[in-house]
Design a protein around this ligand. Structure first.
Ligand code: GUN
Length: 299
């Protein structure tokens, strides 16, 4: 049976350090980190994530601002709000929750956020810094940064000689995850829906990272014995055992059977999810420190 990687515990270590860093910034420079989270529309899962982000920001001692916009918000209205937040000196981090409702284009909105406030790490300046190996001066996408922290705790900072396979090639996760693994010296394969014989590719992986958005797609025979498995999926499935209409959350990995083969595995919930929120807090406090020219805390 694999070790179960406790994301809640690792996230608490990060958020404790963030709270301390925020406290000393307040005390010594009179600055309170400010995080603005913007959500458009009524998607219940997005509202749950945003609520958790806002609560954690408060807990870390930040000025936590949540902007809840109606479904019928126009592109112009959303971009005007981003402009206002860009210009507001009390806001150090801006996050626009994705996905946006279908009538809105997310890319122009993301690219209109000032890179120094882009705590999601999605602006081309931040994505470009990561892609060119500058991990120090930009902001790194929260979920891959959190997944890397879990891997570092388990395998160390240097992944030389290890094969890593990332399933999924999104801008939000797969691409930055691949870059971070590469920067840590892993040999990286980016797999996706058009990859030929995906199970065989995955079986080569010492580190297998799944971010496909399909419930329990990764099966036992995809996992190399002794591999470290990071499950980034959050999928809600029917759970008739919980009574009529019951549901539960599962990842992209069939947990029970893969845990028989892997040496370590992240659960869903309680694995990567809490790390995403923790790294968002870390990015916000980093952005605030940079604002006053202070050396940034390390997480
Ligand atoms: N939706 C799901 N995950 C994320 C995330 O990390 N950032 C944003 N902005 N939206 C998301």
């Amino acid at each position: 049976m694999a070790d179960i990687i406790d994301g809640k515990k690792s996230a608490a270590v990060v958020t404790d350090a963030v709270s301390e860093a925020a406290g000393s910034l307040h005390h010594e420079a009179g600055l309170q980190p400010g995080l603005a989270v913007v959500i458009v529309g009524n998607d219940p899962a997005s509202h749950a994530y945003v609520g958790a982000k806002s609560r954690m920001a408060k807990k870390c001692g930040f000025n936590s601002m949540q902007y809840t916009l109606p479904e019928e918000t126009t592109q112009d209205e959303l971009e005007q709000l981003v402009e206002k937040l860009n210009a507001d000196p009390s806001v150090h981090g801006i996050l626009v929750q994705l996905p946006l409702p279908g009538h809105l284009q997310s890319e122009p909105v993301i690219q209109s956020i000032r890179p120094e406030k882009d705590v999601d790490g999605l602006h081309i300046v931040n994505a470009g810094k990561l892609a060119t190996g500058d991990l120090a001066s930009g902001l790194i996408s929260c979920t891959p940064a959190g997944a890397m922290l879990l891997l570092r705790d388990r395998l160390g900072a240097d992944l030389s000689g290890l094969n890593a396979v990332v399933i999924g090639r999104s801008n939000l996760f797969g691409k930055p995850m691949g870059q971070l693994l590469l920067a840590a010296n892993a040999t990286v394969t980016m797999a996706h829906s058009r990859t030929k014989d995906l199970p065989a590719v995955c079986r080569q992986a010492d580190i297998l990272v799944a971010a496909v958005g399909r419930a329990q797609m990764v099966r036992k025979d995809w996992v190399k014995p002794g591999a470290t498995v990071i499950d980034v999926g959050i999928n809600r499935i029917d759970a008739p055992e919980k009574g009529e209409g019951g549901t539960r959350l599962v990842g992209d990995v069939a947990f029970d059977e893969c845990a028989d083969v892997a040496s370590a595995i992240t659960p869903v919930p309680g694995g990567v999810g809490p790390m995403t929120i923790a790294m968002l807090m870390a990015n916000t406090v980093i952005a605030a420190y940079r604002c006053v020219g202070r050396p940034i805390p390390k997480f």
